[in-house]
Structures are given as structure tokens and as C-alpha cells.
Ligand binder design. Structure first.
Ligand code: HSE
Length: 331
């Protein structure tokens, strides 16, 4: 039986989670897809810093070694706009399906990559770019199409929420909690993106593309992080029964999309009041259904791998459906 061949870009927290999950859930994948899933090669920056138990998997620092002509799917688990964008573009041009967890790259080039993928008759999955393990992208793309969405709000940076929660609950300093967030694999290699609101802003741009088909203009955007919040501010808020939450809010009024990414003081009647630690939550206001709030783990190895692996299945389901659509109906 032929296998589905996968090339993996990156072996950080997400890459490791994906490799592990393909191994632990091979039987379920094979049952759902009708074929085994085989990771053939993993691209890393420095081969001396990594080991892979499975000797049939090529570990390389050369993109060309991945032999994408033989791969079916490329999973992008690296960070930053480049070289991620170049790699994903090349993968699509070689006819590979792509699943990406790279929010910064996808925030900047998602639209262009989706068009390129359409042109090359391949699919691109990006569930893992927003909300870790929460299936927010698929919910918005597949399940809320007739509804008009007017507002999307979210706690979408796990590291910021983890820091705010632990400062409040344990009285720890910002630096101490950030260190734990890095050790737990929540924070980015350079945590500036997390604590200055850039990571949540990139995710908000991805959400805006999905929901409104365009992104907010810079003059309608606010982006602030949590690095200026001191333990005294948190304690004062607590004494008033309030909590700081780092919230990204997208709203469309008329033709104008506004995006506010900033720490907000909320009281116990707010849907995000109990969203603690590395959890993320996304609240969607739509004209038919009303409000939906999705809650779950927003970062970490297995939650993010879950989003990638579920995208994998959707991608193949989508492909077989579009294949079926091209067949003449006999009934
Ligand atoms: N650094 C990110 C976060 C990882 O803390 O939310 C998940 O995108």
C-alpha cells in the first residue's frame, strides 16, 4: 500500500509534536485516510542539535534534500516570515499540499499563498496559526458561512495569559513566569512577539482575512503587549475584583475594520474572566446564531500538533470531495 509522504519543516516544539503525533496516531490516521502516513524528511537549521529515533527519516539542513517532487504534504513548523514563505511557495509550486503553523508568515502572505495553492490545485491548512488546539479557523471557514460576523474577540496569546495568571495567582514576577512559559514551549524563541502583542496581532490578521476577507488598515489598528503591567497593577485590579486579560478585538462597522490588541481590565461578567493560564478563547458575534465562545489550550506541543493533524485529515477530505465534484453524477 503506498503511503502519504510528508516533509516536515522545523523540529521545535510544534515540529516535535507533529512527529510524535504521526507516530502515536498512525493507526487512526491510516484508518481515516486509507493509507499510512510516512514522514520522509525533516528540515532543521542545525542538524547537530537534533536527533530522530527513526532512521528512515532524513534529517537535513538543506531544503533541496527534502525532494519535494516525491512529497505529498509539506508541514511548516518554523517561525518567522522568511525562509518560511519561500519554502511554502516552493512546496506549492511543486504540487505539495501545505499545512502551516507559522502565523507571522501566514499573516503577511496568507492571501497570496491561498491563491497560489488554488492555481496549483493543492490545499493549504492553517488551523494551527490561531488558538493552538481550538478549531477556530475551521469553525469560521466551514461552519459560519451564511451568518454575518460582526465581531471576533479573543485571548489568543497563550504566553501573555499564562504570565498574567501566574503573576496574579502566585505573586511571581513577570521575568520568572516568562521563563516558565519558555521552558514549557509556550513562548516564541524570541518572546518579544508574545509580550509586546505582535503574536496576537498576527493571529488577528489571519482571523480578519478569514472573517472579513481583508485586514484592518494600520490607522485603525492598536497593538500593545503586557510587558508594562506590573505586579502592583495586578494586585490593585484584584482588590477591585478585576483581572487584566490581553485581548485582540476585530470589529467591522460599515466598511471599516478596527483591530485592538491590548491588555483590558475585565470584571467577572466578561466571558474571558475565567480563561486562565495557557488557555485561549475566541468569542464570535454573528447575526443568526448570536454569540459563540470557543475555549481550549492555546499553545504547547500537543495542542498545536492536534490542529496540524486535524488539518491533515480535512485536507484529504477536501481533496476527495473536489475530486468527486469533477465526476459526472450517475444517480
Ligand atoms: N507563543 C504562542 C502563544 C504560541 O503563546 O500563544 C502559540 O501560537
Amino acid at each position: 500500500m503506498s503511503a502519504i509522504h510528508v516533509a516536515l519543516l522545523g523540529l521545535g516544539t510544534v515540529g516535535k509534536g507533529v512527529l510524535e503525533t504521526i507516530h502515536t496516531h498512525q493507526e487512526r490516521l491510516q484508518f481515516a485516510l486509507g493509507k499510512p502516513v510516512k514522514v520522509t524528511a525533516v528540515l532543521v537549521r542545525n542538524v547537530n542539535k537534533h536527533t530522530i529515533q527513526d532512521e528512515t527519516i532524513l534529517l537535513t539542513d538543506q531544503f533541496e534534500d527534502l525532494q519535494l517532487e516525491k512529497a505529498d504534504v509539506v508541514i511548516d513548523a518554523i517561525v518567522g516570515v522568511e525562509p518560511g514563505f519561500t519554502y511554502v511557495r516552493k512546496a506549492i509550486e511543486k504540487g505539495c499540499h501545505v499545512i502551516t503553523a507559522n502565523k507571522e508568515m501566514f499573516a503577511h502572505h496568507g492571501k497570496e499563498l491561498m491563491e497560489l495553492a488554488r492555481k496549483h490545485h493543492v490545499s493549504i491548512g492553517f488551523e494551527a496559526t490561531v488558538g493552538g488546539g481550538i478549531p477556530v479557523i475551521q469553525t469560521l471557514r466551514k461552519l459560519l458561512n451564511i451568518n454575518r460576523i460582526t465581531k471576533v474577540e479573543g485571548v489568543i496569546n497563550g504566553t501573555s495569559n499564562f504570565i498574567l495568571t501566574n503573576m496574579r495567582e502566585k505573586g511571581l514576577s513577570f521575568e520568572e513566569v516568562l521563563k516558565t512559559a519558555q521552558e514549557s514551549g509556550y513562548a516564541e524563541a524570541d518572546p518579544t512577539n508574545d509580550v509586546e502583542g505582535f503574536d496576537a496581532y498576527f493571529k488577528a490578521l489571519v482571523l480578519s482575512h478569514v472573517v472579513f476577507g481583508e485586514v484592518p488598515k494600520p490607522e485603525h489598528t492598536v497593538r500593545k503587549g503586557i510587558s508594562q503591567i506590573k505586579i502592583e497593577d495586578i494586585n490593585h485590579a484584584t482588590s477591585l475584583g478585576l483581572k487584566y486579560k490581553h485581548i485582540a478585538k476585530l470589529e467591522k462597522q460599515g466598511d471599516v475594520i478596527t483591530c485592538n490588541v491590548e491588555p483590558v481590565l475585565i470584571s467577572n461578567d466578561h466571558p474571558f474572566y475565567s480563561v486562565e493560564g495557557v488557555q485561549n478563547a475566541v468569542s464570535i458575534d454573528a447575526d443568526i446564531v448570536g454569540n459563540i465562545t470557543l475555549l481550549g489550550p492555546g499553545a504547547g506541543k500537543l495542542p498545536t500538533a492536534s490542529a496540524v493533524i486535524e488539518d491533515f485529515l480535512h485536507l484529504y477530505q477536501e481533496q476527495s470531495l473536489s475530486y468527486l465534484k469533477q465526476q459526472p453524477l450517475e444517480v
